[in-house]
Design a protein around this ligand. Structure first.
Ligand code: PMP
Length: 415
């Protein structure tokens, strides 16, 4: 792996790009790839590809079961990732880290295992209007099953969520609150510190959806102190199909098992079963071992990048792109809070978002168009779709220039 040495205060984006083989691979048209769809998924550095390959080549066996060499090797790789994640997010203990399939899986786990058994008719779960469907629908499912209600904190015209408004919606029936660290569709950084503090004043446990934060800013869970934090591996330069839930020990211990199966038990008999300790209680069945091993490499890689430097770099790209877009007539940005993350959601007068996406793709530019799994947010802003560009550590000014050039040419085509 190329040296990433960015802790020097100088962020060398070209060095970072060299770690990602796909960025150097010309498209079938021969064009340079401009990959700015990072809110959907991130590309993978060689170290992650090698870790996945290396597991299957040299360590392929099940974890926690056999005593043979390969099984020990597989278990060592699997458990080493737990240590790395715990250190990366400053969790209180490695045992607070549960492997999941991703953000969606983590939210469903918390909803079904911790929240649902504690809900009665008329209880309330507080969400915000900027949430991804995966932080809405799992709560609707348990509300429907128990007669609980969903309370929604509305988004402001600039895409902001107001912590005081959130606080005002917490009442005697509030049993849980869940909200994004960063909103995927428009990039808003939610005031999570103030929101968590307000919830804790009323003994309301909190889940933070960290899908969009994990590769873009440092996360310190002991400072933030949410009861549950979830993220996906594929958003942090790791593989798909794997992620983590980090929970406070007493909350994880109090939660019921999510799925039953191998590895999550202590003893099984037809008279009754006892469960394994946390976190294994939540890891039923053969897990995504290669995915976890590769996620460990992704976490190592991201750690070396220095997320404070990454955040500053992405902010520069955001500023540059935003200034150019604001100069264009007929192009409007949804989500304009000053401290937002590197995500730009746009609508163009008289041009459908999908046409923008198709035309940009013809120039080798990958953005996301659609509702971004945030239909309530789209409805709030009176649109059915936006065109979204989202930056990551490996994006550079050439990517911004390509986007702006592409948008100008679309405007020329549509006159
Ligand atoms: N929440 C947010 C904020 C997201 O951006 C995403 C992915 N777009 C998800 C949840 C769902 O993540 P996954 O599909 O990896 O489970």
């Amino acid at each position: 792996m190329a040296t990433v040495g960015h802790n020097t205060g100088h962020f060398d984006v070209e060095k970072v790009r060299a770690d990602f083989p796909i960025l150097d691979e010309p498209l079938p048209s021969g064009q340079r790839l401009t990959y700015i769809d990072n809110a959907a998924t991130t590309q993978k550095p060689s170290a992650v590809l090698e870790a996945s390959d290396g597991y299957y080549r040299h360590a392929n066996a099940n974890v926690h079961r056999a005593i043979h060499t390969l099984s020990q090797r597989a278990t060592q790789q699997y458990e080493a990732t737990r240590d790395r994640i715990a250190a990366f997010v400053n969790a209180a203990s490695r045992d607070d880290v549960v492997f999941t399939k991703g953000t969606t899986d983590g939210i469903n786990l918390v909803a079904q295992s911790f929240v649902r058994p504690r809900l009665a008719e008329g209880d309330e779960i507080v969400l915000t209007e900027v949430e991804h469907h995966s932080n809405i629908v799992p709560w609707q499912l348990i509300a429907e099953a128990t007669g609980a209600q969903i309370v929604v904190v509305p988004v402001g015209d600039d895409g902001s969520i107001d912590a005081a408004d959130f606080e005002s919606r917490l009442g005697p029936r509030t049993k849980f609150a869940a909200f994004a660290h960063i909103a995927n569709a428009i990039g808003t950084r939610l005031p999570v510190e103030a929101m968590i503090e307000a919830a804790h004043k009323r003994d309301v446990p909190v889940l933070i959806d960290g899908a969009q934060a994990i590769a873009h800013q440092p996360v310190d869970l002991q400072a933030l102190s949410p009861e549950f934090y979830v993220f996906s591996g594929h958003k942090v330069f790791g593989p798909t199909g794997v992620g983590a839930l980090i929970g406070k020990a007493d909350y994880l211990q109090a939660a019921s098992p999510y799925q039953g199966g191998g590895d999550m038990i202590d003893t099984v008999s037809f008279a009754g079963t006892t469960y394994n300790d946390v976190p294994y209680k939540f890891e039923a069945g053969t897990p995504n071992i290669a995915g976890v091993a590769a996620l460990g490499a992704a976490i190592d890689y991201t750690n070396k990048l220095d997320l404070t430097a990454v955040a500053a770099h992405e902010h520069e790209l955001l500023k540059s792109a935003t200034a150019a877009i604001e100069e264009m007539d007929g192009l409007h940005i949804i989500g304009t809070t000053p401290d937002k993350a590197g995500i730009i959601s746009m609508v163009m007068d008289d041009v459908h978002a999908h046409d923008i996406g198709t035309l940009l793709d013809e120039s080798g530019i990958a953005i996301r168009t659609g509702h971004h799994c945030a239909m309530p947010l789209m409805a709030r802003f009176g649109v059915s779709a936006t065109a979204r560009a989202s930056f990551a550590a490996y994006n550079n000014q050439a990517d911004v220039d390509a986007l702006i050039k592409g948008l100008h040419s679309i405007q020329r085509i549509f006159g």
